[in-house]
Design a protein around this ligand. Structure first.
Ligand SMILES: Cc1cc2nc3c(=O)[nH]c(=O)nc-3n(C[C@H](O)[C@H](O)[C@H](O)COP(=O)(O)OP(=O)(O)OC[C@H]3O[C@@H](n4cnc5c(N)ncnc54)[C@H](O)[C@@H]3O)c2cc1C
Length: 376
């Protein structure tokens, strides 16, 4: 049987999930990408994650490619408020116990719903699964600020959750959806790990199909076929196109769709001497107005993420920069728009816009491949 020409653009977990599924079904394709991993990005020494940092034990689809590193211990985290410093297990926590119990009940409920839809998401769009589940639908469209008020979690959020959550998505948690809020808090009830993603193992079966390049322009002929121009000056034609690029990029390449707002974040990876009051074993969380989080990595280096203001001198006495970079954007968390994964019969969009996370990106890539397979 002759197959149509298929091109996947983007080698993050969406593009790789799609490539893996097509390979399993013996369908040929070309994958054009700037890099492998996208927002799962390791430091040059292969020990520190600059993008996605944690996975939970519920991430069954990516787990075969994961080398687990350290178990997340919230007990080791330090919270800073001006001159004050406190830990999770402290007298301060006692007054929050009723709120914590109310929150834990919701997180367990949320997990049950997420686990159910993840099983179906290989063959059904996340949007359809969420919209047909009244619990998830409500929380996808409701801001976490409303949920926090309704569940009497304001004080608990102020003293503990907002600092930790800024570190997870770099904005005030009240501004994101309740589903994002609860999704990140799954780490409170499911064992979670820092990790090394073994991309070599994942791409081995289709490595020869990967081309390293940047797609700069896409046009269509009368025959509906796509022509892709790349930064290296090459031109590629295809019958079926999968754009597995983040939606801000996708919108520059094909007819734009309305998307959620992105959140930018900057980071330093440094070797250095941290100020004494921030010299802790693992994470230092700060009030959200400080827009900062510092993690002490297993090898003694530091990862410092910050929002608008670079305050490295405030936290460190001296430092040597290993890497300084930014994610622009890191995540699409502001708003509740969905994007359409198949805006045209031969154009597929595979990305983490509707549901973010490494596991969901990989599952979504499989879903898009299954849509294509149905058409062949
Ligand atoms: C700082 C940060 C922390 C995070 N923390 C976590 C976490 O702890 N746990 C978790 O589960 N998730 C986390 N995430 C989210 C997770 O990383 C993403 O949801 C997921 O990796 C998205 O995968 P993707 O394939 O959709 O997109 P991407 O990973 O962005 O992949 C897009 C791909 O497209 C390529 N590309 C872009 N433009 C072009 C072009 N013009 N031509 C060719 N190729 C192109 C890129 O090089 C890349 O390979 C985090 C993300 C960030 C940024």
């Amino acid at each position: 049987m002759g197959f149509p020409n298929i091109i996947i653009v983007g080698g993050g977990l969406n593009g790789l999930g799609c490539a893996k599924r097509l390979t399993e079904k013996g369908v040929p394709f070309t994958l054009i990408t700037e890099n492998i991993g996208g927002r799962v990005k390791m430091s040059p020494d292969g020990e520190t994650n600059y993008g996605a940092y944690y996975i939970t034990a519920d991430c069954h689809t990516i787990m075969p490619y994961i080398k687990k590193m350290n178990l997340v211990h919230f007990a080791k985290a330090h919270f800073h408020q001006g001159k004050k410093q406190y830990r999770v297990y402290s007298f301060r926590m006692i007054k929050h116990i009723p709120a914590a119990i109310r929150l834990l009940i919701e997180i367990f409920r949320f997990r049950h719903h997420v686990q159910k839809i993840r099983k179906q998401a290989f063959h059904t769009a996340y949007r359809d699964l969420i919209e047909s589940d009244p619990y998830l639908k409500k929380y996808y469209h409701q801001k976490a600020g409303v949920f926090i008020k309704q569940h009497g979690l304001e004080n608990f959020t102020k003293e503990y959750l907002e600092q930790f959550l800024w570190a997870a998505y770099f904005t005030d948690p009240r501004e994101v959806s309740t589903s994002i809020f609860l999704g990140v808090l799954l780490t409170l009830i499911v064992p979670s790990y820092s990790f090394v993603f073994q991309f070599d193992k994942l791409i081995a079966p289709f490595k020869k199909r990967i081309t390293c390049d940047t797609v700069t322009e896409i046009s269509r002929g009368r025959d509906k076929r796509f022509t892709l121009k790349t930064a290296s000056g090459k031109s590629h034609r295809c019958d079926i196109l999968v754009l597995a690029t983040p939606m801000n990029i996708t919108n520059t390449l094909v007819t734009p769709q309305k998307i959620k707002g992105g959140i930018n974040v900057n980071y330093y990876h440094i070797r250095g001497k941290i100020k004494k009051k921030y010299d802790v074993k693992w994470y230092s969380f700060f009030p959200i107005k400080d827009e900062a989080v510092i993690s002490r990595e297993a090898n003694g280096t530091y990862l410092y993420f910050y929002g608008r203001k670079d305050r490295i001198v405030h936290y460190f006495d001296s430092w040597e920069v290993i890497t300084k970079d930014a994610w622009r954007p890191a995540l699409f968390f502001l708003g509740d728009e969905y994007i359409d994964e198949q805006p045209e019969p031969n154009l597929f969009l595979a990305n983490d816009h509707n549901v973010p996370s490494t596991e969901d990106a990989f599952i979504n890539g499989h879903y898009v491949a299954n849509l294509i397979l149905k058409q062949l």
